[in-house]
Design a binder for this molecule. Structure first.
Ligand code: FMN
Length: 158
């Protein structure tokens, strides 16, 4: 058996970008978490997937809302990645400038790019749910990505 510690260490050698995945509760409160388990799935239709820990505060609200936004963080947004993984869930959007996407998903200002998705499918994936979203709107701007490699966050370029 592969230990959790070894698996985490080995997978840390696969460099990824870093995103904030967010949605809204039925009462309209923003919920979100830092996610690097994000990838595109299909071009036609345009599909992406995110893997969300079943125990994450945002897991149930995101599935209930039926939509989620993915903000791709820039190299200068490392603090945001820490806030969205470590701060109390109810404090994560404090003092943060967000705009809602067309589906109503919170998108953080200054992100490198974003997609706003409808939840299309949810598959079991061990202690995570594999959430497939159909992209209903998306856009990108300038900047360099925040990267996650060997357990460290680092900005690329300027
Ligand atoms: C760089 C980074 C990547 C992460 N990627 C994921 C991920 O893909 N899926 C996930 O469920 N949690 C991921 N996490 C953990 C969550 O952001 C968060 O720490 C966890 O859900 C804590 O649960 P809470 O939101 O209930 O406080 C990541 C954390 C960091 C710092």
């Amino acid at each position: 058996m592969v230990s959790e510690e070894k698996f985490r260490w080995v997978m840390g050698h696969f460099a990824t970008g870093v995103t904030v995945v967010a949605s809204r509760t039925p009462g309209g409160e923003a919920v979100g978490l830092t996610v690097n388990a994000f990838t595109s799935v299909s071009l036609d239709p345009p599909l992406v997937l995110v893997c969300l820990h079943k125990d994450a505060e945002g897991h149930d609200p995101i599935l209930q809302a039926g939509h989620f936004g993915v903000s791709f963080l820039t190299g200068g947004q490392g603090n945001m990645a820490l806030t969205f993984s470590q701060a109390d869930p109810e404090d994560r959007f404090k003092d943060l400038s967000v705009k809602d996407g067309p589906l109503g998903s919170p998108l953080v200002d200054g992100a490198l790019a974003w997609v706003d998705c409808k939840v299309m499918d949810v598959f079991p994936g061990g202690d995570h749910s594999i959430v497939v979203g159909q992209v209903e709107a998306c856009d990108a701007g300038d900047g360099d990505p925040l990267m996650f490699f060997r357990g460290n966050l680092s900005g690329m370029g300027s």
